[in-house]
Write a protein of this length. Sequence first.
Length: 255
Amino acid sequence: MNYIYKINNNNIGHFLHEELIPLWNFINNNEINKLIITNSCDFITSIIKIILPTSNIKCVTNLCQYSSYQTIEIKKNRLNFNKDHNSYKRIVLLREMIYNRYSIPLTIPVNYKILYTRSDCHRRRLLNYNEISNMFDIVIHNFSINFEEVVKLLSKSSHFVSLEGAAFTNVLAMNPLTKVLSIQVGSTNSWQKMFGTYKLVTDFNTDYIETTNLKKPELNMSINNLNTKFDNDIKFNYDVEVTEDLKVYIEKWLS
């Protein structure tokens, strides 16, 4: 059977927590010859290709020529992997499948301290990051690299630091020995802690909450991001300035 699947939300965090497991269940219970995906990004497409490796998968924007295909209908459900242990086991299995796909051993040494500044985003950007950049081996300003490159990079990371955001969905690609620092903005809002994927790594720290040194972001329409509508009056969306307190906290955490 040939199918169409319309991604409900192109945000990788929403996909992992709301759509992946129901879609995986459908794939396991149905014979799929060809699968057409719409509204997808490389992360989502790559994950689907890994759980459905034998099918002909194609991403399109126009569905006109696929009118004969069946549409996959799933019930979107925000899973709590803290409580749904079977689904969490499948997330662990998925990481093994990802590493196998790209020929990466789970026992690969972790060597790199990585900082992601979110400079490619339209909110929650880390300002004056040069104050702490010398503490890291790699500073990433733009995460628009393909999923395989993300996996190969993060599989070798000993430490990963950034402001809270969808990028932490990439915990799925991190080495089990990686230590993560998710700097909270305004208040605690970590989906990894709320829904359980933080357990994929040895340490997932969300203790630092920045509430004072925040700057209201200006929406930059030149940024290539499909999700550009947001309330820039909410502190969770504010940019963060590196303060001496934050600098000291990161330095101590990295040591």
